[in-house]
Design a protein around this ligand. Structure first.
Ligand code: PLP
Length: 372
């Protein structure tokens, strides 16, 4: 295949100003919200930092649930701005348990904010978001959800769950560009965001966006909009809407089930039980006899596969089989299972690759997966 001619990306036309608000509305549709949706011209970590930095002030009390480095960073950004943060950290690389959240909320002090990641691509876990959102809502606590990985891979309906601030990025399950992201903000969240210590004239300020974009009729983004990212986002949304978000979710679920069937057939341990597993990546623990670095080196470069190590504390012995976005399809799932099998074999750990691939095919041929 000839190298693509990236010079084609030069000298793009400006993205039409009247289409920015349309993009925000389409993202709101995917997020299941009627709240304001702000476009952030950066990868999703910056959107998370903007939300934390805009909320943070002395006197703000936050319950920050930590299930990966992203959650730990969020707590750090809140503290940097003077907030009082109770970090509730799950067992390493595991989902948070509902009863722990309930106990932390009961212990107090009366929290203003609850922060949680929905699904983690770092460790392949799924937090029990609906039940936790209900706990927060019953207590009148503003909720912040990092749905960067989960949007498009899991059902995520911000308004139905009562989520006040949701952060998403299009580059994971939605298979879009990585340089633009979005934040939804409820009325209750705007009240918490409107305070004297909030940043102003800052790329991290949500109030700036309110003043300069929402309150000026959403005609054109302030600053210099990045046309390539916005054209790519528009094309990604066209593709997702043509497939239908429910089908995109279903495609991820089927890839996840099939991958886990393959993992079981290879005789290695899945990291979490099915109800707590993400649909984005599947994680498994390596057998004791297999060294992580040697395994990853052996699995690297296998045709069509995408295998990596876990990220963050507790994930050191985990391997991740990526089936996110365009990779949520039978060929990619089979390539991953074949790569894991051959890497294990090359390190002296016998596996039956044929029966693992058959398990993948059987899973795909079964009736559509039950709702997770
Ligand atoms: C990928 C990811 C992010 C960061 O997104 P970037 O666009 O890479 O900055 C944040 N949170 C979660 C849960 C993610 O999976």
């Amino acid at each position: 295949m000839p190298a693509p001619d990236y010079a084609l990306l030069l000298d793009p036309p400006a993205f039409p100003a009247e289409r920015y608000a349309v993009l925000a509305d389409r993202l709101a549709g995917l997020m299941g919200t009627k709240n304001n949706v702000l476009l952030i011209q950066a990868e999703a970590v910056l959107a998370l930092e903007a939300a934390a930095t805009s909320l943070a002030r002395p006197g703000l009390r936050a319950l920050n649930i930590v299930t990966s480095p992203y959650g730990a960073w969020f707590g750090g950004w809140l503290e940097r701005g003077g907030a009082t943060v109770r970090n509730l950290t799950a067992s390493p690389a595991k989902p948070i348990a509902l009863h722990e959240v309930e106990r932390a909320l009961d212990e107090g002090p009366g929290f203003d904010l609850l922060v949680i990641v929905h699904a983690e691509s770092a460790s392949g876990i799924l937090n029990p978001l609906p039940a936790i959102a209900t706990l927060a809502k019953d207590r009148g606590i503003v909720t912040v959800v990092d749905a960067v990985a989960s949007i498009g891979g899991h059902t995520f309906e911000a308004d139905r769950l009562g989520i006040d601030i949701a952060v998403i990025g299009p580059q994971k399950a939605l298979a879009g560009p990585a340089g633009v992201s979005a934040i939804s903000v409820s009325q209750k969240a705007w009240e918490l965001l409107s305070h004297g210590a909030a940043p102003e004239n800052s790329m991290l300020s949500l109030l700036d966006q309110k003043k300069l974009w929402l309150e000026t009729g959403r005609s054109a983004l302030p600053g210099t909009p990045a046309p390539l990212e916005f054209f790519a986002l528009e094309a990604a949304l066209d593709r997702i809407e043509a497939e239908g978000l429910a089908s995109t979710n279903e495609r991820h679920k089927r890839a996840a089930f099939a991958t886990r069937a393959g993992i079981r057939a290879l005789g290695i341990g899945a990291w979490v039980e099915e109800a707590h597993a993400s649909a984005l990546v599947s994680t498994a623990i390596l057998p004791d006899t297999v060294e992580t670095g040697a395994f990853l080196a052996a699995a690297a470069g296998q045709q069509g596969a995408d295998i990596s190590g876990g990220v963050g504390p507790g994930a050191e012995r985990l391997i991740r089989l990526n089936h996110t976005g365009r990779r949520a399809n039978p060929d990619a799932v089979k390539a991953n299972i074949a790569a894991v099998s051959s890497a294990l074999k090359s390190l002296g750990h016998a596996t039956d690759s044929d029966s693992a691939l058959e398990a993948v095919e059987r899973s795909y041929s079964e009736a559509p997966a039950r709702r997770l």
